[in-house]
Ligand binder design. Structure first.
Ligand code: NAD
Length: 495
């Protein structure tokens, strides 16, 4: 069985820990590999290597760094099939979805190719007589990324292309559940000409994460994962003096106003709730039916569920794959029992669909009459379970979202431009879709939620990504005639 290794100083490195975590093919239930789990000393080694590499990488010209990014972009493009097949084998999502993930990752590399433009500073000539002031953006040094299982290729690409293009060295700690595509990316970066040591991978669990958070040689940490761990990473990392951005979980509401096209809204709800088996932080998990449309909307969604083809992600016919592990699959399924016992109506129970592959499959599920006190509403389920909450008015729908402790994405379906604009103004969430169910920002904006969906000040990738991975230096400069020099104890004036 393959053992997935670290990647340090441009080569695979075995772990001495003797600890491993299993990697499954979720479509068959088979264990297909194991991930080495790092020791603290292995993190120390990666930081030492990255520190040395960062010193010369930051001195590499902007055009030199850009050329590496362009070559990397082309190599990822040329290796899409390999990346997508590897991703589907370990994660389970269908191949077309893996391709979609890689495409969105590529957009982030393309953004990083524009780094010379993005790092331009400001210049004020003659800020005072014969005195100029200018600002420059410099890299932080060694930065780290800790990523979740659900986008093992795209989420690292939200981080490292910008970090590296800005002149930092990067240490990635991928999810231990599906780390193989990160190793492919490491090889492609090397092939693109990135000097060894600028990009490193540490495989691991809490031991590796804690070593990263405490290490004095790491200046900043980007994290994406569940809210409890995001909070922990933010608190621990900032206490250790680091810059931290930690993106957490979500409960994304899609509001359907009575004037919406119900077929379009039902298509969107089914796509956004069940795509990638609901294992997306931007998945719609709560549908808010406003006014008297509840029955018709539920009927429209229910009628579409039998057509969702659930199966092995490598089968081109499949539209929805399995969940990541058996435990997670069972946990997600158990919410249908919680819902029933708390008084909700289980309209479709995905456990009634039978699958004979041994994989971690659960059919698309639908729960009606959900209220805010119920566990199915309160928890992030992270699976193909859509809850429907019925309300009478727009105001009630809005209050539902704004009272929720998450604030990642949200969407509204309506034909009324005024209502949509009001929603955009009123709603407390970081990303809003107007007739767009999964409003993941393009790479030249930044991604991030509000409230318990993000800890930190800056969102991820795009302009905020460049700000996160650099620090600003302001230079005040003059070239006076030494003959005019004199002692002056007064505070500098801008005359
Ligand atoms: P997770 O929080 O379990 O794991 C994320 C990372 O943290 C992994 O690398 C993991 O090894 C590490 N980790 C896990 N437990 C830890 C612990 N106790 N101490 C230190 N590190 C630990 O998340 P996951 O299950 O891999 O991913 C799913 C979650 O990620 C969902 O909650 C989803 O909403 C969220 N997510 C959020 C976004 C976003 O942009 N906001 C994007 C993708 C996923």
């Amino acid at each position: 069985m393959d053992t997935l290794t670290h990647w340090i100083a441009g080569e695979p490195v075995e772990s001495a820990s003797g600890r491993f975590s299993p990697v499954h093919n979720p479509a068959t239930g088979e264990q297909i590999a194991r991930t080495a789990l790092a020791t603290t000393e292995e993190v120390d080694r990666a930081v030492a290597v990255a520190t040395e590499a960062a010193a010369s990488w930051r001195a590499t010209s902007l055009s030199g760094r850009t050329q590496v990014m362009f070559r990397f972009r082309d190599l990822v493009d040329a290796n899409r099939d390999l990346l997508a097949e590897t991703l589907t084998r370990e994660h389970g999502k269908v191949l077309s979805d893996s391709m979609g993930e890689i495409n969105r990752g590529l957009e982030n590399i393309e953004y990083a190719c524009g780094v010379p433009q993005l790092l331009k500073g400001e210049y004020s000539e003659q800020a005072a007589t014969n005195l100029d002031v200018y600002s420059i953006r410099q890299p932080l040094g060694v930065v780290a990324g800790i990523t979740p299982f659900n986008f093992p290729t795209m989420v690292p690409m939200w981080m490292f292309p910008n970090a590296i293009a800005c002149g930092n060295a990067f240490i990635l700690k991928p999810s231990e559940k599906d780390p193989s595509t990160s190793l492919i990316m490491a090889r492609l970066l090397q092939e693109a000409g990135l000097p060894d040591g600028v990009f490193n991978i540490i495989q691991g669990d809490k031991v590796a994460v804690d070593a990263i958070l405490e290490h004095p040689g790491i200046a900043a940490v980007s994290f994406v994962g569940s809210t409890p761990i995001a909070r922990y990473v933010y608190e621990t990392g900032t206490r250790a003096g680091k810059r931290v951005q930690a993106l957490g979980g979500a409960k994304n509401h899609m509001v359907v106003l009575p004037d919406a096209d119900l077929d379009m809204a039902a298509d969107a709800a089914v796509s956004a709730a069940y795509g990638s088996a609901g294992e997306r932080c931007m998945a719609i998990s709560v549908l808010v039916a406003v006014g008297g449309i509840g029955d018709d909307l539920i009927e429209a969604i229910k009628s579409r569920i039998p057509d969702v083809k659930v199966g092995d992600g490598t089968d081109p016919e499949s539209e929805m794959g399995p969940l990541i592990t058996r435990e997670h699959c069972e946990r997600v399924g158990s919410y249908l029992d919680h819902g029933r016992s708390e008084g909700a109506t289980v309209v479709v129970d995905g456990r009634e669909q039978s699958f004979d592959s041994g994989g971690f499959f659960l059919g698309a599920s639908l729960i009606d009459d959900v209220t805010t006190e119920m566990k199915v509403y309160a928890d992030e389920i992270f699976g193909p379970v859509l809850s429907v909450v019925r309300v009478d008015t727009y105001e009630e729908a809005l209050a539902l979202i704004n009272d929720n402790h998450y604030g990642n994405g949200t969407a509204i379906y309506t034909r009324d431009g005024g209502a949509a604009r009001q929603f955009q103004f009123d709603v407390e969430a970081g990303m809003v879709g107007i007739n767009v169910p999964i409003p993941v920002p393009v790479a030249y904006y930044s991604f991030g939620g509000w409230n318990d969906s993000l800890f930190g000040d800056l969102h991820m990738y795009g302009p905020d990504g460049i700000r996160f991975y650099t620090r600003t230096k302001v230079v005040t400069s003059r070239w006076p005639d030494p003959a005019t020099s004199r002692v002056d104890l007064g505070f500098p004036q801008t005359n």
